[in-house]
Design a binder for this molecule. Structure first.
Ligand SMILES: Nc1ncnc2c1ncn2[C@@H]1O[C@H](COP(=O)(O)OP(=O)(O)OP(=O)(O)O)[C@@H](O)[C@H]1O
Ligand SMILES: [Mg+2]
Length: 518
C-alpha cells in the first residue's frame, strides 16, 4: 500500500461498498498544486494532516497554518483511538503505524511559536495596501512612499519607520509631489490613521527584524524527513487581512527567492493555505491576477500550493484551473449558492461512469472524499469516492507543555526570539529633523534675509540626478524656509543612502507581488 514516490491518501470503493483501490498523490506532480474543500466537520483538517505527514515522510518540507489549533497534534505520536483503528481496518491499512513528525511552530505574536517577521521594505506597497484595505488614493501615496524609500535609501523595517516617512511626506508634500507625483495630505493622514489601527491590532509584532529566512521553513531532518512548519493562526484569524497578507507575502518570498528547478522528482516545499477564502475575499482584481501569476510560475520552482477552504467557489476560477490534485469532501446543497458550488466542484472532475459526482458530493461521510490526482503524463485521474486514511500523528492539539518542549529543541530556537532594531527610516528621519533644526538655528543667527542665495537652491533624492525642481525652473516664489530645509534634507538623505547602499549592496527591484527581488 505504501509505495515509493507516492503519497497514500486513502482507499476508494465501488458504489456497492466493496473495497476498490488505494489512491495516491504522485510526488512528481506534488508541485502541480491542489485543492481540499468541504463543509465544516467534513474532514479537511485531517486530510491536510495526512498530506503533510506524507510529504514530510517523503522528505518534503511543509508549511501550513493551524487555524483552530487542532493541527498542532501532528507534532505528537498518534493514539490508537477506536475511530482511527476502525478507519484503518475499513481501508485495509496494514500495518497502521503511529508516528510523530518534526514540527517547527511559528507565531506572528511569538506566543505559540517562534516569532515570524518581515520588514515593510520586503513586503512592499502592493501587499501593504491590501493589508490596510487602502483606497486608490491611499495606494498611490503608499507607492510613492516606497519609491522614496527604495530610491532614497531609507530602510522601512517596522511600522514606526513608515510613520516617520509619512510625516516627512506630509511636511514636504508640495516639494515631493513635484518629483514623485501628487501626494495628497489627506491621504497621508488617512494612511497614518490606518497604521495606528494596524498597530493596535498587533501588526507591529509582524514588522521588524530579524526577518524570516526562507531557508528556515525548508529544513529537513537528519533522517531525511521534511520539517513541518506550523503557523499558529488562531489569534491571527481575528485579523483575517493580516493572515491573508502574511501568507501571500510568504508565497511571494518563496517565488522571488527560489531558483528554477523545472519539474523535480518531488516538491521542494509544499505550502497549505487553510481558510483560503480569506486571501481572496474582496481582494482587488490586480492582486488576484498577481496571485494567479505567482501560483502558475512557482510550480517550476518546485513549490506545491494547496488551498483548503469550504467552498470551491471561494477560489477564483483562474487559480482553480491550476490546481491539479483535488480532494472534495462533503458539501451541503440547500441554498442556490451551495447548489452552484456542488455543481462547480462536480464539473471540475474527470467523470467516473460508476456514479454521479454532484449527487455523491452531498452524500459523502466524514473523512470521505471525491479524489482525483494527476497521473501518467500529468492528466487528472478518474474521480474516485475515497475513504481518507487516518493520521499517524495525534488527532487534536498539543498541550502547552508539549508545545514548549517542541519549541525548545527546535532548530530555530533562539534565532528569532529577540527583536533587533538597527538604524532605519525612523532614526534617519529623526536625525534629519535634528540637523534641520540646528541648521535653522544657525541660519537664523548668521544670515539675515537673502532670497537670491536660496532662490536657485534645489534638492534631490539619490538616484534622481540633480535636475531642478519644477518650482525652481518656473521660478515660482517660495518661502525661504522651505528651500533652506531642502538642502539640508538632501545632505541627510544622501548620507543615509550611502550607508544603506553599502549594507544592501544592490538597488531595490520589486517582483510580481511587490516584494523584493534578489
Ligand atoms: N480520515 C479520517 N479518519 C478518521 N476520522 C476522521 C477522518 N477525517 C475526519 N475524521 C473525523 O472527523 C472530525 C472532523 O474532521 P476535521 O477536523 O478534519 O473537519 P474539518 O473539515 O477540518 O472541519 P472544520 O471546517 O470545522 O475545520 C475529526 O476530528 C475526526 O474525528
Ligand atoms: Mg478544520
Amino acid at each position: 500500500m505504501l509505495q515509493d514516490g507516492k503519497l497514500y491518501i486513502g482507499t476508494s470503493r465501488k458504489p456497492d461498498d466493496s473495497i476498490n483501490k488505494p489512491e495516491y498523490l504522485d510526488l512528481k506532480f506534488g508541485n502541480r498544486h491542489g485543492l481540499v474543500t468541504g463543509a465544516t466537520g467534513a474532514g479537511k483538517t485531517i486530510t491536510l494532516q495526512i498530506l503533510a505527514e506524507g510529504f514530510s515522510n517523503a522528505g518534503v518540507p511543509v508549511f501550513c497554518a493551524d487555524v483552530k489549533g487542532d493541527l498542532s497534534g501532528i507534532g505528537a505520536v498518534g493514539e490508537a483511538k477506536d475511530f482511527l483503528l476502525k478507519r484503518a481496518q475499513e481501508i485495509g491499512l496494514e500495518p497502521y503505524d503511529f508516528q510523530e513528525f518534526p514540527v517547527i511552530f511559528w507565531d506572528l505574536y511569538g506566543e505559540k511559536g517562534h516569532r515570524v517577521r518581515t520588514t515593510m521594505t520586503e513586503m512592499g506597497p502592493l501587499l501593504l495596501s491590501r493589508l490596510m484595505n487602502a483606497s486608490d488614493a491611499q495606494e498611490g501615496v503608499l507607492n510613492i512612499a516606497f519609491k522614496i524609500a527604495d530610491q532614497g535609501g531609507l530602510p522601512l523595517l517596522d511600522l514606526k519607520d513608515l510613520q516617520a516617512l509619512l510625516n516627512y511626506m506630509g511636511e514636504n508634500a508640495t516639494e515631493l509631489s513635484n518629483k514623485f507625483g501628487f501626494i495628497s495630505k489627506a491621504s497621508v493622514g488617512s494612511i497614518q490613521r490606518e497604521l495606528l489601527i494596524l498597530e493596535q491590532q498587533g501588526a507591529e509584532h509582524f514588522f521588524g527584524e530579524p526577518a524570516l529566512k526562507i531557508s528556515d521553513i525548508m529544513r529537513t531532518t537528519n533522517d531525511g524527513r521534511g520539517a513541518i512548519s506550523v503557523l499558529a493562526a488562531d489569534k491571527l484569524m481575528m485579523n483575517p487581512r493580516l493572515y491573508g497578507t502574511f501568507l501571500l507575502w510568504l508565497l511571494s518570498e518563496l517565488f522571488e527567492e527560489l531558483p528554477e528547478v523545472g519539474d523535480p522528482e518531488k516538491p521542494k516545499l509544499v505550502f497549505f493555505f487553510d481558510e483560503a477564502h480569506l486571501l481572496f475575499n474582496d481582494a482587488p482584481k490586480v492582486l488576484i491576477e498577481r496571485v494567479e501569476q505567482v501560483v502558475r510560475l512557482i510550480r517550476s520552482k518546485g513549490v506545491g500550493v494547496y488551498f483548503v477552504t469550504q467552498n470551491p467557489l471561494d477560489v477564483p476560477e483562474t487559480v482553480l484551473a491550476q490546481l491539479g490534485n483535488r480532494v472534495q469532501h462533503a458539501l451541503r446543497a440547500y441554498t442556490p449558492r451551495e447548489q452552484k458550488a456542488v455543481k462547480t466542484a462536480a464539473d471540475t472532475f474527470r467523470p467516473n461512469p460508476d456514479f454521479d459526482c454532484a449527487t455523491v458530493i452531498t452524500q459523502l461521510g466524514t473523512g470521505e472524499a471525491l479524489i482525483s490526482t494527476l497521473e501518467g503524463k500529468g492528466i487528472p485521474s478518474m474521480v474516485e469516492r475515497t475513504l481518507v486514511r487516518p493520521p499517524a500523528s495525534r488527532v487534536g492539539p498539543l498541550t502547552d507543555a508539549e508545545r514548549a518542549a517542541v519549541m525548545k529543541v527546535s532548530p530555530v530556537a533562539g534565532l528569532y526570539d529577540e527583536d533587533s532594531d538597527r538604524e532605519s527610516a525612523y532614526e534617519m528621519l529623526a536625525a534629519r529633523a535634528k540637523k534641520l533644526e540646528e541648521a535653522q538655528q544657525q541660519a537664523d543667527q548668521q544670515a539675515p534675509e537673502s532670497e537670491e542665495q536660496n532662490g536657485g537652491s534645489r534638492w534631490t533624492l539619490p538616484g534622481f540626478g540633480d535636475e531642478p525642481t519644477q518650482a525652481s525652473t518656473t521660478g515660482k516664489p517660495k518661502a525661504r524656509s522651505g528651500y533652506q530645509r531642502e538642502s539640508v534634507v538632501e545632505a541627510a538623505m544622501k548620507s543615509a543612502a550611502r550607508s544603506v547602499a553599502t549594507s544592501l549592496g544592490r538597488a531595490i527591484v520589486r517582483g510580481i507581488l511587490g516584494s523584493l527581488r534578489r
